[in-house]
Design a protein around this ligand. Structure first.
Ligand SMILES: [Zn+2]
Length: 344
């Protein structure tokens, strides 16, 4: 089958790889009908050392179930399913707590061990716990928004929960990528009164406003911190959604939180140590977050998409065929595209 393989920084190719197939009796096999390129795929695209190890990329998808293993109970051949970026058994202690990204039998798609979904087909471990069956057809008009439930919308929602967004709160969203924009949707959905987006790309800011952002801060670093303070009577914001993961963005996030406030981190951290330890301490700022258990959020967010209350699918501004995926990486890396959808 055809699949996207990363061989090193800037070196993404569409290759022939062995067909995805059932291995464990708890597996399902899906034909991918939609996938995407994620902002987090750009980290290896920027930095990966050259390697001959075949790593099939992609951790967001919707697909049709082609086959299931002997122990699969709730997923049937022909189902249209969402594949969250992590697989999980749905039965362990952490899954019951709604933290599927820490499942004791879980893991992540698009790694060296588990092939990803920027491909014609993908093997789904722990199919009963992992997959979510959709109540629509595979070419439904809502497909772009439904696809965001595999990662970016659930991740934005996780950031908002970790940042303790709620009615009447003043919220800041650091980062105007797809996750940040979904964070704006999530913050409004949870009742935030003011939503300040920190970003500087005109088209993304426009989308943020459409999603519910009430104010924009386009400065960076100390100037951004000053600007947010001005907007909040010198106090800072209750909740900060950190959707980038760089040292500077974490530092900014902690610095704009008001005393007793909270920062929800979903940007994959690019440093081993956490910046801004001292301001977080002295201001009693809670710093929380991590890989979003998006599987846990599908049930909650799906009705809002089906009934048209939220439209996170608007983050997709380019659609490519599988063979064009390398150019999709280039376009996202060059900030020519916000988020790329793949139709194999
Ligand atoms: Zn589990």
């Amino acid at each position: 089958m055809r699949a996207t393989v990363m061989f090193g920084a800037g070196d993404v190719r569409i290759e022939n790889v062995p067909d995805a197939r059932l291995i464990e009796p708890t597996d399902a096999l899906i034909t991918v009908t939609r996938a995407c390129i994620c902002g987090s795929d750009l980290w290896p695209y920027k930095t990966m050392e050259p390697s001959d190890t075949v790593r099939v990329m992609g951790h967001e998808a919707i697909g049709v179930v082609e086959a299931v293993g002997a122990d699969v109970r709730s997923i049937k051949v022909g189902d249209l399913v969402i594949m969250p970026f992590a697989f999980s058994d749905g039965t362990c202690e952490f899954c019951h707590e709604g933290l599927q990204t820490s499942c004791v039998h879980g893991g992540f798609f698009g790694t060296v061990e588990i092939a990803g979904a920027q491909a014609e087909a993908v093997r789904i471990p722990q199919a009963d716990g992992t997959l979510f069956v959709l109540p629509v057809g595979k070419d439904d008009a809502l497909m772009p928004s439904l696809l965001t439930l595999s990662d970016v919308m659930g991740t934005g929602h996780h950031a908002a929960l970790a940042a303790r967004v709620g009615p009447g709160k003043t919220v800041a969203v650091v980062g105007d990528g797809a996750v940040g924009l979904c964070g704006v949707i999530a913050a409004r959905r949870l009742g935030a009164e003011r939503i300040i987006i920190l970003g500087r790309h005109a088209d993304r800011i426009a989308l943020a406003r459409e999603f519910g952002a009430t104010e924009v801060v386009s400065e960076r670093g100390n100037e951004a911190v000053e600007r947010v303070r001005e907007l909040t009577g010198g106090l800072g914001v209750h909740s900060v959604l950190e959707c980038v993961g760089l040292e500077q963005s974490v530092l900014t996030s902690v610095s704009i939180a008001r005393p007793g406030g909270a920062v929800g981190r979903v940007g994959v951290p690019q440093d081993e140590t956490m910046p801004a330890s001292q301001p977080a301490f002295y201001n009693n700022v809670t710093v929380s977050g991590g890989p979003a258990p998006v599987r846990a959020y599908i049930e909650e967010l799906l009705p809002d998409i089906l009934e048209g209350r939220i439209e996170p699918g608007k983050v997709f501004d380019r659609v490519v065929h599988l063979e064009e995926v390398p150019d999709g990486y280039r376009a996202m890396n060059d900030r020519e595209a916000l988020k790329v959808m793949v139709k194999p």
